[in-house]
Design a protein around this ligand. Structure first.
Ligand code: NAD
Ligand code: WQD
Length: 339
C-alpha cells in the first residue's frame, strides 16, 4: 500500500517524503510544480540512497490535483492507503491580491481529491492546516479547542477546508481525518539538499534572514519593535521542518487506528521573538545578518505559540530540535544552494 502526498515536492512535502521512505513506507507524489522543481525528487533520492529501494518505493506524477482524470489514474494504478494533502498556495500577502486563484486552487483541489478518494473508497486523510485558523487568539498558548477565524483569503481557504472535512466526517463516520495545524516551520534537512527556496523576495522571516546571511539580500527589515513582547518584536512558535515531517508519520499511524476526525497543533510550545531568531542565526553564520526596524506589517499579530501537548498525548509526537539546529540547517541549505 502507498501514501499519496499531494504537493509532495514542496517544502514540507519533500521532508515528509524522506521521513516516510526511511520509515519503510511507499510514497506516491503528485505535484504541479507551481512552487517547486522536479529536481527535488532527485534530491529525495540522493538523501535516501543506500537506505531505501527508491525506484520501488517512490512514484512521481507531475500534474494538478484538480485534474480529476489524472487523480483517478493515480488511484487506479497505485494502491493508495492514505493521503496527505499538502498541495495549495500559501502566501498570505499574495492571497489578498489574487484571492480567486487561492480559492480556486486550494478549495477545488480539495473537493476533487475528496471526490476521487470517495470513488476509490480511500477514506484516510491528513490535511495541512495552519495556526492561521486561530486568527487573533485571546490568550497563549493556543489549544486546539480555541475559536477559529481567518483574516485573509489564504487563512479562509484553510478554515473552509477544515469545515468541509468536518461536514464530510459528520456525514460519514467511516472517514479518518487528521487536521494538522502547523505553527511556523523553518529549518532544512541535515543533508542541505532540500529546504525552503521561495521564488523572488521571501515574505517569511527565515528565508529572508538566510538570504541576508548569504549576501543575496542587503538587510532584514524587522516589522515593528513596539509589540508588547520582551524585546518589542513579534513572537512565534518556530518548528523544525524535520520534526514537522515526523508529525505526519505519527498522523498516518493515528489514521491506522481508525481515529475518526482529530485536530492537532504541531508546534514546540515555545515562543521566540524576531530578535531571538536573528541572534541565534548570527551565532551560526558569524554575524552576517544586518537588520533595521521598520513599521509593523499590516495584519501581523504580536504573539503566537502552541500548546502541543495533545499531539504528544494522543500521537506520541514531540518536537525535538532546538533553535540553533533550525538556524544551522537553514544556513547550511542556503549556502549549499547559493546560485
Ligand atoms: P510549498 O509551496 O513549498 O508546497 C506546496 C506544493 O504544492 C508545491 O510543491 C506546489 O507546486 C504544489 N501545488 C500547489 N498547488 C497544487 C495543485 N493544485 N496541484 C498539485 N500541486 C500543487 O508549501 P509548504 O510550505 O510545503 O506547505 C505545504 C502545505 O502546508 C500548504 O498547504 C500550506 O498552506 C501548509 N502550511 C504551510 C506553512 C508554512 O509556513 N510553510 C504553515 C502552515 C501550513
Ligand atoms: C514571522 C515573524 C514578522 C519577515 C506566516 C503565515 C502563517 C503560516 C506561517 C501558512 C513576524 C517577522 C517577517 C520579515 C520580519 N503560513 N518578520 N521581517 O507571519 O508568523 O506566519 O507563515 O499557513 O499563516 O501568516 O510568519 O515568517 O512571515 O513572520 O520582521 O522580513 O517575523 O513580523 O513577527 P508569520 P513570517
Amino acid at each position: 500500500m502507498s501514501i499519496l502526498l499531494t504537493g509532495g515536492l514542496g517544502y514540507i512535502g519533500s521532508h515528509t517524503a524522506v521521513e516516510l521512505l526511511e520509515a519503510g513506507e511507499r510514497v506516491v507524489v503528485v505535484d504541479n510544480l507551481s512552487n517547486s522543481k522536479k529536481e527535488v525528487a532527485d534530491k529525495i533520492k540522493e538523501i535516501v540512497k543506500g537506505k531505501v529501494d527508491f525506484d520501488k518505493q517512490f512514484s512521481l506524477y507531475i500534474g494538478d490535483v484538480r485534474d480529476e482524470k489524472l487523480l483517478s489514474k493515480i488511484f487506479e494504478k497505485e494502491k493508495i492507503e492514505s493521503v496527505v494533502h499538502f498541495a495549495g498556495l500559501k502566501a498570505v500577502g499574495e492571497s489578498c491580491k489574487i484571492p480567486l486563484e487561492y480559492y480556486k486552487n486550494n478549495i477545488d483541489s480539495t473537493l476533487v481529491l475528496l471526490d476521487v478518494m470517495k470513488k476509490f473508497d480511500v477514506k484516510n486523510l491528513v490535511f495541512s492546516s495552519s495556526a492561521t485558523v486561530y486568527g487573533r487568539a485571546k490568550s497563549m498558548p493556543i489549544y486546539e479547542d480555541f475559536p477559529t477565524s481567518a483574516t485573509n483569503p489564504y487563512g479562509k481557504t484553510k478554515l473552509f477546508i477544515e469545515n468541509i472535512l468536518m461536514d464530510l466526517y459528520e456525514s460519514d463516520k467511516t472517514w479518518n481525518i487528521v487536521l494538522l495545524r502547523y505553527f511556523n516551520p523553518i529549518g532544512a534537512h541535515d543533508s542541505g539538499l532540500i529546504g525552503e527556496d521561495p521564488n523572488g523576495i521571501p515574505n517569511n522571516l527565515m528565508p529572508y534572514i538566510s538570504r541576508v546571511a548569504s549576501g543575496k539580500l542587503e538587510c532584514l527589515s524587522i516589522f515593528g519593535n513596539d509589540y508588547p513582547t520582551k524585546d518589542g518584536t513579534g513572537v512565534r512558535d518556530y518548528i523544525h521542518v524535520v520534526d514537522l515531517a515526523n508529525g505526519h508519520l505519527c498522523a498516518i499511524k493515528k489514521l491506522r487506528t481508525n481515529c475518526g476526525l482529530k485536530i492537532y497543533n504541531l508546534g514546540t510550545g515555545v515562543g521566540y521573538s524576531v530578535l531571538d531568531i536573528v541572534n541565534a542565526f548570527n551565532e551560526v553564520c558569524g554575524g552576517k545578518v544586518k537588520y533595521k526596524f521598520v513599521e509593523r506589517r499590516p495584519g501581523d499579530i504580536d504573539v503566537c505559540y502552541a500548546c502541543a501537548d495533545k499531539a504528544f498525548k494522543e500521537m506520541g509526537w514531540k518536537a525535538k530540535r532546538d533553535l540553533k539546529n533550525m538556524c544551522q540547517t537553514s544556513y547550511n541549505f542556503e549556502m549549499k544552494n547559493k546560485k
